[in-house]
Write a protein that binds this ligand. Structure first.
Ligand SMILES: *Cc1c(COP(=O)(O)O)cnc(C)c1O
Length: 380
């Protein structure tokens, strides 16, 4: 049996000397009048890279989405159409503001929300559509924007997994009213924990700045709170880590794409296996190289994970449909449009994320792919 000589983790960042140096500098100097300097620099770098006017650092992407939904006035009695297959952080903030998520199916190739399913789910209570750029794939943003425009709905982008991807020349994070990024340690740009909301809309940015700082107007020195809101600010040390990562963004994306290419060269023509899609007009930053197994092969994702685990290789299950999780047991209204034969149900059951951390080398990818062939060669 093929066994990796050293445990191969599924995700992890690329940290050079620059990141801790800048973090230490921030810990020393980001005080008094300089307290926001690193945050401002990180925010400017993100806004320029994504191609939007406003970017604001928060503790994590979950907070970014919470502030976005709250600032758009989404609340009790409202519905937000979301993909059934995503990380729960995309959808939990809909619940935080008291609105009801409505789960719909995903597309077979990009694994992003299906615009036709979105349109079919629109009702009198619908206020917004949330597109999630899953694993670095891009949503069909033209179709989603057309639907949002036609029905007068807010479109929001969860770009937590897609920094560096683009769609028809526009970067992830530049679609819809506002978007959220995550800098969790597993993400493409990593600060441990961290997030950002971005938007082109000055009024919306102002409202989000107000809500993320206990209902104070930006620049308020009199400690006058106009509403009970949230405290979602990013630490300067975190921002310094983010600056050091953004200085290397091109190198980081190039390495992510190289990891995908190494896998594709080895697994691309294996029968019954589909990897991440990169349709015409899209650049995929391949946050997680993902292997979708044809249901006919009969593999369960947890069984596959166990087979890799025995070989000293870490993998992750494709996100389980939210509709299948205990967390949504008491939300029949959220699940009312999900059907057992939805594409997302089959994809999520038979698929895993392969090791995609920045410490992957071509040699390690080779070990994972040989392990995969071995696992698939065992008669079942
Ligand atoms: C990681 C992630 C989030 C949440 O990010 P945090 O920074 O951990 O809050 C949201 N949506 C998606 C799709 C994610 O992968």
């Amino acid at each position: 049996m093929i066994i990796a000589p050293e445990r191969i983790p599924v995700a992890g960042p690329s940290i050079t000397d620059r990141e801790p140096e800048l973090a230490a500098e921030a810990a020393r100097t980001a005080w008094y009048g300089n307290h926001y300097a690193y945050n401002a620099r990180f925010e400017k770098m993100m806004a320029e890279y994504v191609g939007v006017r406003h970017a604001v650092g928060v503790p994590h992407a979950t907070a970014a989405l919470h502030v976005i939904f709250a600032a758009l006035g989404i609340g009790p009695g409202d519905e937000v159409i979301v993909p059934d297959v995503t990380w729960i952080a995309s959808v939990a903030p809909v619940v935080y503001v008291g609105a009801e998520p409505v789960l719909v199916d995903i597309l077979p190739d990009t694994w992003c929300i299906d615009p036709a399913a979105v349109e079919a789910a629109i009702g009198p209570k619908t206020k917004a559509i949330l597109g999630v750029d899953l694993y670095g794939s891009m949503c069909d943003w033209d179709a989603l924007q057309a639907i949002a425009d036609k029905h007068g709905l807010h479109l929001i982008e969860d770009a937590a997994e897609a920094l560096g991807s683009s769609y028809n020349g526009r970067r992830a994070g530049s679609f819809g009213r506002a978007a959220a990024f995550s800098f969790h340690g597993s993400k493409t740009v990593a600060t441990g924990e961290g997030g950002m909301f971005v938007t082109d809309d000055a009024d919306l940015a102002k409202r989000m700045l107000f809500l993320r700082d206990h209902g104070r107007n930006p620049g308020d020195r009199f400690f006058l709170n106009h509403e009970v809101a949230f405290k979602y600010r990013m630490n300067a040390v975190t921002a310094a880590l983010g600056i050091a990562q953004m200085e290397r963004i091109d190198e980081l994306i190039t390495h992510k794409r190289a990891i995908f290419r190494w896998y594709q060269e080895r697994l691309g023509n294996l029968n019954g296996i589909t990897l991440n899609a990169e349709p015409a007009g899209v650049v995929n930053s391949y946050w997680m190289v993902t292997s979708v197994f044809d249901p006919a092969l009969g593999y369960d994702k947890f069984e596959l994970m166990a087979a890799f685990d025995k070989r000293n290789i870490d993998t992750r299950p494709f996100f389980s449909p939210l509709s299948s999780l205990p967390a949504f047991d008491d939300r029949p209204n959220a699940k009312r449009l999900v059907k057992p034969d939805d594409r997302g149900q089959a994809i999520a059951k038979h698929s895993i994320n392969l090791p995609s951390g920045y410490n992957m080398t071509e040699e390690k990818v080779d070990i994972v792919c040989r392990a995969m062939r071995e696992i698939l060669s065992v008669p079942r």
